[in-house]
Ligand binder design. Structure first.
Ligand SMILES: [Fe+2]
Length: 353
């Protein structure tokens, strides 16, 4: 298994996160390096053990900074026993996913030089973390931005059975992930930290509580109260301090009907919405030669809610999310909702994310 969100360096090296299992070590998370993106020559460059011996943590994405890979081991696992049962009874594998609401989110920080996790165990409340937004190192800290929710059934919001439920059905799952930040102290081990280790970064006070078991339990900060999914950034800022992220939001609806830009420093938001349409993941494309982080365009597509053959390519100004262009298509068949998208410039030798 590998995540849908690899990282790519300017020289074309691709990193992705996969899982492995051995009888000696149990489930492990492994960072795999693909030179110039090729399978040939691929090698494992980082390994971390799962905290569970009989279950794989479900990991959807990870973050990469200059010196570290950061993996959010969320309390959502693929139980080996359930996987086997589903397999032999020809049932759907998704039902092997198990939410562990009493377990914390664990942040595994892997040193890129040694390929091994840092000795400090960082934890946070039982947050479900599908999408990392970005991460960077600053003044001896690791700043990790991501979309989080406390609802472990978040992923079932996309199930057809959930879509069919009426809006008044209390069992209907509405996506509610929000942009969050965790700041992990790198230079203070759990042993050295005071019982309640407090530190300031960018005028914000953060707290890491030392637990009896030696964990550093960190408290997340909410970057915005707006529901947020499918985050993208100007990838030239990946692993570096950044200011803007782009995503989709839907208010209380199941469908993501609005595109969103968020300033992670101020919490300011900009929106684009066309009534009656669903918006797909926004992809930031920098203007050639640009120096400002949000100098570029957003590419997305629109699907008409009552006409599955209607699709439009949308081009927005990334500065204020205003529309620059829209190209309409009528497809020959029904078009399904796309989750992730990608833009590839044929002139690029290395295609960044
Ligand atoms: Fe994803």
């Amino acid at each position: 298994m590998a995540t849908a969100h690899p990282h790519i360096e300017p020289d074309g090296t691709v990193y992705n996160l996969g899982s492995s299992f051995s009888l000696i070590n149990g489930p492990e998370l492994r960072i795999v390096r693909f030179p110039e993106g090729n399978l040939e020559g691929a090698s494992v460059v980082g390994t971390a053990s799962s905290r569970w011996r009989t279950a794989f943590p479900y990991v959807h994405s990870f973050a990469m900074t200059e010196n570290y890979w950061v993996v959010g081991e969320q309390p959502l696992v693929l139980s080996l026993g359930k996987l086997f049962r589903q397999y032999v009874t020809f049932r759907k594998m998704i039902d092997a996913l198990t939410w562990l609401p009493d377990e914390n989110l664990r942040l595994i920080v892997i040193d890129r030089k040694t390929g091994k996790p840092l000795p400090t165990t960082y934890t946070a409340p039982p947050i479900i973390l599908f999408h990392h937004i970005n991460a960077w190192e600053e003044d001896g800290h690791l700043v990790v931005d991501f979309l989080g929710t406390m609802n472990g059934l978040h992923y079932t919001s996309f199930f057809f059975s959930n879509f069919k439920k009426s809006d008044t059905d209390p069992s209907k799952v509405i996506p509610d992930a929000k942009a969050c930040r965790l700041v992990l102290p790198l230079e203070v081990t759990a042993e050295e930290a005071t019982e309640k280790h407090q530190f300031t970064l960018k005028d914000t006070l953060y707290t890491a509580v030392r637990k009896e078991n030696g964990e550093l339990h960190c408290t997340p900060t909410l970057l915005s109260p707006v529901m947020f999914e499918l985050p993208r950034i100007n990838y030239l800022r990946n692993g570096l301090p950044y200011r803007y992220t782009y995503g989709v939001t839907g208010g209380s609806e199941l469908f993501y009907q609005r595109l969103l830009k968020l300033d992670v420093e101020t919490g300011k938001t900009w929106y684009f919405q066309e009534e009656g349409y669903v918006a797909a993941e926004p992809i930031f494309v920098p203007r050639p030669g640009s120096t400002k982080e949000d100098d570029g365009i957003i590419l997305s597509s629109l699907l008409k809610l009552n006409d599955p053959r209607y699709v439009a390519l949308l081009v927005l100004n990334a500065k204020d999310m205003s529309q620059l262009a829209k190209v309409r298509f009528t497809a020959e068949g029904d078009v399904t909702y796309p989750f992730h998208g990608q833009f590839v410039d044929p002139r690029q030798e290395v295609h960044l994310y």
